[in-house]
Design a protein around this ligand. Sequence first.
Ligand SMILES: Cc1cc2nc3c(=O)[nH]c(=O)nc-3n(C[C@H](O)[C@H](O)[C@H](O)COP(=O)(O)OP(=O)(O)OC[C@H]3O[C@@H](n4cnc5c(N)ncnc54)[C@H](O)[C@@H]3O)c2cc1C
Length: 335
Amino acid sequence: MIETDILIIGAGPVGLFTVFEAGLLKLRCHLIDSLPQVGGQCSEIYPKKPIYDIPAYPSILAGDLSDKLMEQIAPFKPGFTLGETAVSIEETDDNQFIVTTSSGTKHKAPNVAIAGGLGVFTPRKPPIPTLKQFEKKGVDYIVKDPEKYRDKKVVISGGGDSALDWAIFLAESVAKEVTLVHRSKSFRGHLDSVQRIMDMATEGKVKLMTDSEVFDLKGNDNLDSVEIKTKGAENTTIELDNWLPLFGLTPKLGPIAKWGLEIDKNAIKVDTFDYQTNREGIFAIGDVNTYPGKLKLILCGFHEATLMVQTAFKRIYPEKNNVLKYTTVNGVNGF
Ligand SMILES: Cc1cc2nc3c(=O)[nH]c(=O)nc-3n(C[C@H](O)[C@H](O)[C@H](O)COP(=O)(O)OP(=O)(O)OC[C@H]3O[C@@H](n4cnc5c(N)ncnc54)[C@H](O)[C@@H]3O)c2cc1C
């Protein structure tokens, strides 16, 4: 049994930063994550993309943000259970929680902070019978390292920000050829990205196919070509190295949805005083929670983590009065 003061479910940026704020109050943390690495969406979905709205970093790659957070929390020696999903929770008579993972590892803590973000990552997959055969053999649902596509012929499908952003990025300086295929004429992404793609198509930097859909994949061991149908036109075959169907991720809370928490549209409802759920001692912070005015941004998750640990502290030391101390005055005193 792993015992700690705050058990954090999800080692994304918000879960990681919780360790720092808890550490300042001398509370120990342990994190569980389904993925084999820390960093959540930043490491799994867009490690090489720059983020521009982290205070004091005019630009930082998402992967570097995860590294910096790990450096920042190192003094507080957090524990990790990686590659295991938190499956069940039970409450003990002494107001503690026992969380068990998919591999049967048990964790005990008086406070549980759910920082599960989008939940267990599940990419939306198009219904193509041969799809599975070419997964990781030409078909990628997530661009982890754009260098993989250097000088390659790439077809991207999708009409949202992810598809537009990667089409622009890869076409500008990485890939040899980029074709963007979208089933409608209108895009869901940011207006400036849509305009940029239209301009690049006019300049011949991107081949744009609207009202079109990839319906079949061909190849032997690896993917060689995709078949595309276009409204009112003949089917086309495009030879390529990679097909990136970027249709987004289905938010799935997974097992947490059955923990007796109030849920609204796949997110956990919280009280904005301390981000506690309807179950005392269970908090929800970061992308996984919802409340009026919620914004799914990293810096908002950092703020939620900071307030949340104050109540976690009071649950462990009800008799102690915690006075806010600046790090400039007290420094960072690790364990
Ligand atoms: C392409 C893209 C660009 C973005 N750009 C920005 C930006 O510029 N600025 C910004 O502020 N935000 C941006 N975001 C959003 C930002 O990434 C999220 O707000 C942030 O990652 C949320 O952090 P989190 O820690 O709450 O959750 P996540 O990063 O989603 O991490 C949650 C973790 O919990 C784990 N988990 C879930 N359920 C379980 C379970 N039952 N057991 C174990 N582990 C579990 C998951 O595996 C995951 O690792 C972007 C997102 C994307 C996809």
